[in-house]
Design a binder for this molecule. Structure first.
Ligand code: ATP
Length: 207
């Protein structure tokens, strides 16, 4: 017997704490599908997308170990918006297909879809409810800079390219305030977990 899993979307801006929060749900036995992993999977060696990219842009897009030359690809799409659209048109359906397949395979009481671009892409249409990891911009900047060692200007330009905090807050069903200390995270996740278990159970009754 197969049934549609109850899907909780998990999103938030750069450095907001998505991976940290997702890990706590994993520790509670919840399977997490990672959209970042999907975007890497679809261009792995042997996947059709990699050959299509090489056919269009030449062998320079493939490194000697057979993997995608991400730096060259980034540079190309940064300078050529039409090629960026072409690449998105190629990869987005493949990414969505991989995500849907993983969501369907999940066996936990509900399943989580972690994605930095859940609201910016059609991925939000896949989820039953949405949990936003929220953080003031100043903390996003300082935590990301500390984690990655990147210049704050570079991080700021990524923040500026993502959906505005207020818009995300308006669209979220649940908000996790991640400005609080790490030792407050687990108890608050446990409460949310109970809520999602309840929603998943209710959705079974609705079927
Ligand atoms: P990205 O979008 O860049 O992948 P992310 O949203 O997954 O980032 P994390 O990597 O989970 O964010 O968190 C960013 C940094 O903030 C990490 O170094 C993490 O350890 C730290 N962090 C997460 N939550 C807290 C917290 N509540 N208090 C202090 N530091 C935290």
């Amino acid at each position: 017997m197969s049934y549609d899993p109850y899907i909780v979307g998990l999103t938030g801006g750069i450095g907001s704490g998505k991976s940290t929060i997702a890990q706590r749900f994993r520790e509670l036995g919840i399977e997490v599908v990672d959209a970042d992993q999907a975007s890497r999977k679809v261009v792995e060696p042997g996947m059709p997308a990699l050959n299509i990219i090489a056919d269009r842009f030449g062998a320079k897009m493939i490194k000697s170990d057979g993997t995608l030359n991400r730096a060259a690809m980034r540079q190309l799409i940064f300078s050529q918006p039409l090629e960026k659209t072409w690449l998105e048109n190629l990869l987005h359906p493949l990414i969505a297909e991989w995500i849907v397949d993983q969501l369907q395979r999940a066996e936990s009481a509900y399943v989580m879809l972690e994605s930095p671009l859940l609201l910016e892409t059609e991925q939000h249409q896949l989820v039953n409810t949405l949990l936003l990891v929220d953080l003031p911009e100043s903390l996003q900047l300082s935590r990301t800079a500390e984690r990655d060692g990147d210049p704050k200007q570079q991080i700021q330009s990524i923040i500026d390219s993502q959906m505005a905090r207020d818009d995300k807050l308006r669209r979220a069903n649940y908000v996790f305030d991640n400005s609080l200390a790490l030792d407050t995270v687990t108890p608050r996740i446990t409460v949310l977990h109970e809520t999602f278990l309840h929603l998943a159970l209710e959705s079974l009754h609705d079927d």
